[in-house]
Design a protein around this ligand. Structure first.
Ligand code: APR
Length: 803
């Protein structure tokens, strides 16, 4: 009897549609059992990763140690020879030939290729890369090329990890995580800083997003690789720079100033690196000849400067600088040139050791100019330059703690945070994805914001800065994510109450599962895809699942249908749609607002009030889950309800605006409902008052009496920040949406009648490119005949089956 109950409970847990509508199971019993099952799975997953990442640490640590030992041995021999630098061209030409002939994927400076493989190829790295990268880097570095050793170690490690993952048939997500261990194990094996290595791996994939679920594997792989490499005789970095923490405010500001300078130096380095790469690409000479030219340039640098300081790894100089030995201010610039030339001309090697060199030398010289402690500033320079060039401020701070102790590390963290911001959206790893902008102003060019270089043009840009750029402010203020409590409630509600009374559902049960059924309600000329392909609903769902599994960049267009499941009316439904009850010309145009602001304000206020009473629906939540299946899921929504933001989707482009925002008709201010400035609150108090009047408006009572809230700055009417008919869409968001339609490899059109331009062009653009187009809608639409699969059903129900 008991076993039977348990079995029944498990069925309820695993199959939401089978849950009894008002079963006798005690809700707390189900909750307890569910918690137990899930907790066991969570623990098993954790243990699985302890095991897998230990394996990763071993299989990455061993080749890394071999590589490092060979490198040290080779350098010890070659650097003893007189005029060894004359061998540089040989090194570069050999490296070029090896890579181009045997494994073109081994090109580049290592870490960048691993990031790219994780983002775009599910972490797949050709096994051939491992030996080729190893030999090419050894030849480059031993014969005097200027580059680093951690990138190749990461690439070698990730290559081995990727091979192992394929061997044991790991799924896509696990493989990405496993391959990432290659970066952390490579980093820690080379530098001997396991925590920094793990944080680096979790931080380096994207700007502004720390991958917490990759931290444990990265940490364990890091530590194991450190043990292995130490046991196999690799010498790691160790310095004795520590600075007693002083509470002097002046030191704080010194760090800010230093961070600014280092950030600008990082901009220069990235510029020199990319320009040199482009230059070498453009020269129309065979690759081998370019490598030869590169080698000759490096020899020229040695002859001009009279020193071999700027070629090779440069580790001894970093050591000496960190001991307080003063170096010339020109040192960072020469190293920038030799490194850029080495890597652009066909040499193989990493970027971080040169980054350490440049940062250390910059700090060294800065300390000489301002009569500060040379050793300490060399150390902080190294860390701040690392943070800026790789966009990894947290890993850099940890590296400072591990290498230089808490004292120096604490100050370095401040300089690193400043330099990280100053460098903007630049990086030595261009495959990094920007998840969170550092500032909108770093991106003006990207967003095609015109800057007229006249006095008035420049003044306008700066006044935008002081006023706050409206579009960006909106984005920063949108609430993101579902709280743990909300998530828990939703999951449980979904499972025990599949049909919430009072909500509009289009359950799958109304959709027949027989393959031969013809839809009576399909208008003439529009053939349903189910008909077209003779697929059952389940087959369609399975197919969509396959598309999702193999996609890496998904673009989703949503419309009112996805929110209909939360009880928000659509626009074009014949009975309940807004446009069946209201004339858009009277409430959704700028002219209507001019003519009767109170009427328009109250209509929107009523919708806002209604909106505040609903939660994101199953469709919104499923799209958040979709993010676990692809590198990037962009939701372009025509809805102004902000429910995608509230559900927690990471990339939402609300191209029709947002009902929870208001702005001044003159364009001087914009507020979000959640904003807590006194002005915003005052505006929303007015809004609340309007809300009550709005409810009256819904009952056709007199709403002309309400007072439209005024802009606290200029006194003009405030208006909802939504796009009305005849108005321009926000350029930035719209362009980003079009760019996504051009780049994605899978497109979903969900819950939209696909009748309103320009949004309705987006799925067509994707379909024209041959990208699979999936439509989810209980009704056929003008898009149906273009869709690869068009599923008749409610967004939440279908998406929950797929994801
Ligand atoms: N799941 C999926 N789709 C649904 C569901 C559901 N549960 N319920 C209804 N739909 C579908 C309807 O069949 C319809 O095709 O959602 C669509 C809603 O269409 P519209 O009301 O026209 O909404 P939308 O396409 O978002 O309108 C676009 O028009 O007036 C403007 O600015 C307004 O953003 C809006 C734009």
């Amino acid at each position: 009897m008991k076993a039977c109950r348990i079995e029944q409970s498990i069925r309820i847990l695993l199959s939401p549609m089978e849950a009894p509508a008002n079963g006798n199971n005690s809700v707390s019993g189900i909750k307890g059992l569910r918690f137990l099952v899930i907790q066991t799975l969570v623990t098993l997953t954790t243990l699985k990763w302890v095991l897998l990442s230990t394996i990763a640490g071993i299989i990455v640590g061993i080749p890394t140690a071999i590589f490092l030992r060979l490198l040290d041995g080779g350098i010890d021999i070659v650097y003893e020879m007189p005029f060894f630098y004359l061998l540089i061209p040989v090194g570069l030409v050999t490296s070029y030939l090896l890579v181009s002939r045997l494994a073109p994927d081994a090109k580049g400076h290592g870490t960048e290729q691993v990031i790219d493989a994780i983002h775009h190829r599910d972490g797949t790295i050709d096994l051939k890369v491992v030996p080729v990268k190893m030999v090419a880097t050894l030849v480059t570095l031993i014969l005097g090329g200027s580059a680093g050793k951690e990138g190749p170690s990461a690439q070698i490690g990730a290559g081995v990890a990727s091979g192992f993952a394929r061997l044991i048939h790991m799924n896509k997500l696990d493989k990405q995580r496993f391959v990432l261990c290659g970066i952390s194990a490579g980093f820690s094996g080379v530098f001997g800083t396991p925590i920094a290595g793990a944080i680096f791996a979790s931080e380096v994939l994207s700007i502004g997003r720390f991958h917490y679920n990759r931290l444990l594997p990265a940490l364990i792989a890091s530590f194991v690789s450190l043990f292995i490499t130490s046991t196999l005789g690799v010498r790691h970095l160790s310095f004795a720079v520590d600075y007693t923490i002083s509470t002097e405010v002046v030191v704080l500001f010194q760090m800010v100033g230093f961070g600014l300078a280092i950030g600008m130096l990082a901009v220069l380095f990235i510029f020199v690196l990319t320009r040199t790469e482009h230059l070498f690409e453009r020269i129309s000479l065979p690759g081998g000849v370019k490598a030869l030219v590169g080698g000759l340039i490096l020899i020229a640098v040695v002859l001009v400067t009279g020193t071999t300081n700027y070629i090779g790894l440069g580790m001894e100089l970093i050591d000496l600088a960190l001991d307080g030995e003063p170096y010339r201010g020109i040192a960072p610039f020469f190293k920038m040139v030799t490194t850029s030339v080495t890597l652009s001309a066909g040499g193989s090697g990493g970027i971080l050791t040169p980054v350490f060199f440049i940062g250390t030398m910059a700090g060294n010289f800065w300390a000489q100019i301002f009569s500060l402690d040379i050793a300490v500033y060399s150390a902080i320079g190294m860390i701040a330059f690392l943070a800026a060039t790789t966009n990894t401020p947290i890993a850099s701070a940890f590296m400072a703690f591990e290498l230089f102790g808490l004292g120096t590390g604490s100050w370095a963290a401040i300089a690193a945070a400043v330099s990280y911001l100053i460098v903007g959206h630049l990086s030595v790893f261009p495959s990094q994805i920007i998840y969170q902008k550092k500032t909108f102003f770093a991106d003006l060019e990207v967003h095609d914001v015109p800057i007229h270089l006249s006095m008035s043009g420049i003044r306008r840009v700066f006044s935008a800065f002081f006023r706050g750029y409206r579009d960006e402010r909106d984005e920063a203020m949108t609430p993101g994510g579902v709280s743990i409590a909300e998530n828990e409630r939703h999951r449980f509600d979904e499972q025990v109450k599949p049909h919430t009374p009072g909500r509009t559902y289009y359950p799958l049960s109304t959709v027949p599962h027989t393959p031969t059924r013809t839809y009576a309600d399909v208008p003439e000329g529009v053939e349903s895809m189910e008909e077209k392909h003779r697929l059952t609903m389940q087959e369609q769902v399975d197919k969509v699942r396959e598309y999702v599994d193999s996609a890496s960049r998904i673009c989703v267009l949503t419309g009112a249908g996805i929110s209909a499941e939360c009880g928000i009316p659509t626009f074009r439904d014949a009975q309940t749609g807004y446009w069946a009850r209201f004339d858009p010309a009277e409430i959704a145009t700028p002219e209507a607002f001019k003519e009767n602001p109170a009427r328009v304000w109250s209509w929107y206020a009523a919708r806002r009030q209604a909106l505040l009473r609903v939660d994101p629906g199953p469709g919104h939540l499923a799209l958040v889950r979709m993010e676990g299946f692809a590198d990037r899921v962009t939701v372009v929504t025509q809805n102004v309800d902000g429910l995608h933001h509230r559900a927690g989707s990471s990339h939402v482009l609300d191209i029709h605006g947002n009902l929870l925002r208001v702005r001044c008709t003159n364009g001087c201010v914009a507020f979000h409902r959640n904003e807590k400035t006194p002005e915003a609150l005052a505006a929303f108090e007015g809004d609340m008052a309007a809300g009550f009047a709005a409810e009256a408006a819904e009952r056709d009572e007199d709403f002309n009496e309400i007072e439209v809230p005024k802009c606290p700055r200029c006194g003009e009417n405030l208006r909802p920040d939504v796009i009305w008919f005849g108005e321009m869409l926000p350029t930035t968001r719209l362009e980003a949406a079009f760019a996504e339609a051009e780049r994605c490899d899978l497109f979903f059109s969900i819950g939209t009648s696909a009748q309103v331009q320009p949004a309705s062009s987006l799925p067509r653009i994707a379909a024209d490119r041959g990208v699979p187009l999936i439509e989810i809608n209980p009704e056929p639409t003008p898009l149906t005949d273009r869709a690869t699969i068009s599923i008749r059903g409610g967004a939440g129900d279908v998406l929950s089956r797929v994801l």
